[in-house]
Design a binder for this molecule. Structure first.
Ligand SMILES: [Zn+2]
Length: 245
């Protein structure tokens, strides 16, 4: 009763961010639908939810079920760009991480080594210069770093992140430094929070998280807002922190 006319097995989209459009793959001609209109469009045109549409196009089965790879519980559809998680809960995710660590000791060893190399060199330098920060800022920054990497892996993002600066709404004395796994960073990113946002550099999750971590430790920051008179210094630090190789 449903026929997939375009690229069965994959969801076709174009553009990004607020301009993302999806191709109606159940229609012979070419019709694009904006992401924000997709739910209503699929419902009124085919009586399908977005999840059913996804399963139809990708698996040729609109009722296809997905199960937690640890406990077997049925998983909910999330959204088109991240359709299903592999685990149902933080508990099962923890079990999966144990498995991954056992299966890929080299990978986790490499992450730890990269982190230690970046972290310890900067801390040592600060000791030498007598500028070692308060423990609390360091602990805070480190927990953000590990959380960011874990969340990104949990959400099955690619190993790619961007560090950006932004002009917060209603504040002109500070600028914000943030990190994101969004593919496209332009000035409209998080437009509910910022007047404008601008990408600085991109790299792997570990590289970008490390740069944010070092920056916070150096400035003893517990938040992401830096005084405007530090702008050049901060941007130059970030640009000079690009990890090579
Ligand atoms: Zn589970």
């Amino acid at each position: 009763m449903y026929k997939i006319f375009h690229s069965p097995g994959e969801i076709i989209h174009r553009g990004g961010g607020f301009g993302t459009q999806y191709l109606d793959q159940l229609r012979e001609d070419e019709k694009w639908v904006y992401a924000v209109e997709l739910r209503r469009y699929l419902r009124s045109t085919y009586n399908l939810t977005i999840g059913e549409y996804y399963n139809l196009v990708v698996y040729d089965d609109k009722d296809k079920k997905h199960y937690c790879r640890i406990c077997g519980k049925e998983l909910p559809f999330y959204k088109l760009t991240k359709p299903y998680r592999q685990m149902c809960s933080m508990k099962c995710k923890g079990e999966r991480e144990k498995e991954l660590r056992a299966e890929n000791p080299e990978y986790y060893h490499e992450i730890n080594m990269k982190w230690q190399a970046g972290g310890s060199a900067a801390v040592k330098k600060m000791f030498n210069e007598g500028t070692h920060p308060f423990q609390t800022a360091e602990v805070h920054a480190r927990s953000r770093l590990t959380n960011f990497i874990h969340n990104a892996e949990w959400n099955y993002k690619d190993d790619h992140a961007t560090i950006y600066w932004a002009k917060p709404k209603g504040r002109f004395d500070v600028f914000k430094i943030g990190i994101t796994t969004s593919e496209k960073v332009d000035k409209h990113l998080f437009r509910d929070k910022y007047r404008a946002a601008y990408p600085i550099i991109s790299g792997t999750l570990v590289e970008i998280s490390n740069i944010e971590y070092l920056l916070k430790v150096m400035h003893e920051k517990r938040d992401e807002y830096y005084p405007i008179n530090k702008f050049r210094e901060v941007i130059n630090f970030i640009k000079s922190s690009v990890v090579h190789g």
